[in-house]
Design a protein around this ligand. Structure first.
Ligand code: SF4
Length: 402
């Protein structure tokens, strides 16, 4: 209680983006949207689904959540960082070393080795996959660094003796520079990061948050000139190179043919996350259809032929997502066999706080469509689903059960 009083006295919580804090009835702001109460969510799974649906459809809003004898006020999330703020943060002279007191330092160093020579180019993802927490923790809009700032960092690394940049990182590489045109209402605030007034943009119109394929989403090829800039640096500094390792969104890249070809010049293998192939499961994941993946595979093959390469594809799949059955996993396996896809990146669905898929897992109902769905919950069923995909026909399933 003392700590709570101290925070309330020292910090103006209602003015702090992203803060959630307890208030009394007398402090209620009546223009804020009311969520189902904590007690209602605990006692009724469909109320929890309602809370998830409201939060999913109004990601920029503030909310009030009744809880016990009081209320929790959830402030709106912080606005997406501007390019100037991103450049300021990422141009700090980071040591790129683990903290000296890191436990198991040698082992951890071997794990993060490649990260030490990778360069962050942005944050956030608008892919709207139902199981993913990235929009909840990094934001749904992409905050990006400027091309100049990224190239400056790469040049600094090259001049300090690094010969290979191991990735330009962004949750979804081909979203660099993209934006939603409905965020067009300018607002101003003082940025403590760059210590001056900045302009950010909010969206006044309601939308259903289905950004992939939305006519208001402006796809951008701004990564292309950035990669051209890297090529120039690689010519300037002998024996230097960049390898891209971040995943791309395979359905969006179909609308970026020039960028797709440029990215292919910087990879040794391409990571993508189709996640499944059954359209029913894909619908529950809010991923694009099997047809989009088939078109992607054809385009990938075509570009490999154009460039005279045979680069591997590394697809990532999820077993036991709500809606997934042994039959749908069998369909996925047959698809991979038919298309000669090597599968070794497969994970059993893990519920994470705040996602739509977690609400499905908890309630057995899709909170957005309200359809009832089968949820694999038992350890055995989840394991069996994963094994369907991973076990070769001549292998013994018992080998995979450890
Ligand atoms: S208008 Fe379209 S692109 Fe913009 S946030 Fe909504 S769904 Fe996404």
């Amino acid at each position: 209680a003392n700590c709570q009083t101290w925070v309330k006295e020292k910090i103006n919580l209602p003015s702090l983006f992203g803060a959630a804090f307890r208030i009394k009835k007398s402090e209620l702001l009546h223009d804020l949207r009311l969520l189902p109460s904590f007690e209602e969510c605990v006692n009724d799974k469909l109320q929890f689904n309602l809370l998830t649906r409201i939060h999913n459809l109004r990601p920029d809003d503030a909310f009030i959540e009744p809880c016990g004898v009081g209320y929790i006020q959830h402030n709106p999330p912080a606005p997406t960082l501007t390019e100037e703020e991103m450049d300021f943060i990422y141009e700090f002279p980071f040591t790129r070393q683990l903290h000296p007191h890191t436990k198991n330092k040698a082992w951890n160093e071997s794990m993060v080795g490649k990260l030490q020579s990778s360069v962050i180019i942005g944050r956030g993802c608008w892919g709207s996959c139902n199981f993913c927490v990235i929009p909840l923790v990094q934001g749904k809009d992409v905050a990006k660094r400027s091309t100049e700032s990224v190239l400056k960092e790469i040049e600094t690394l090259y001049t300090s003796g690094v010969h290979k940049i191991n990735d330009l990182t962004l949750p979804t590489l081909n979203m660099y520079g993209s934006s939603c045109e409905l965020y067009d209402h300018p607002e101003h605030l003082h940025s403590p990061i760059v210590d001056k007034e900045i302009t950010y943009h909010t969206k006044k119109q309601y939308c259903n948050q289905q950004c992939v394929g939305c006519p208001h989403r402006k796809i951008s090829d701004q990564l292309y000139p950035l990669l051209e800039g890297v090529e120039k640096l690689n010519q300037k500094y002998a024996h230097t190179s960049l390898e891209l390792r971040s995943a791309i969104r395979h359905d969006i890249i179909l609308d970026q043919p020039k960028l797709f070809r440029k990215i292919m010049q910087f990879i040794s293998r391409l990571k993508i996350a189709p996640e499944h192939i059954s359209d029913q499961v894909l619908k529950n994941m809010n991923k694009s259809t099997q047809d989009a993946f088939v078109r992607f595979l054809a385009e990938y093959k075509k570009i490999n032929q154009e460039q005279g390469t045979h680069k591997n594809l590394v697809p990532y799949f999820v077993a036991a997502h709500p809606g997934s059955t042994e039959e749908s996993m069998q369909e996925l396996k047959e698809f991979c066999t038919k298309n000669d896809l090597f599968v070794n990146l497969t994970q059993v669905f893990t519920p994470t706080p705040g996602t739509v898929s977690t609400a499905m897992y908890y309630s057995g109902e899709n909170p957005l469509t309200r359809e009832k769905i089968h949820v694999p919950r038992a350890f055995r069923e989840k394991k069996d689903q994963k094994n369907i995909l991973l076990i070769q026909d001549n292998e013994d399933a018992s080998d995979m059960n450890s």
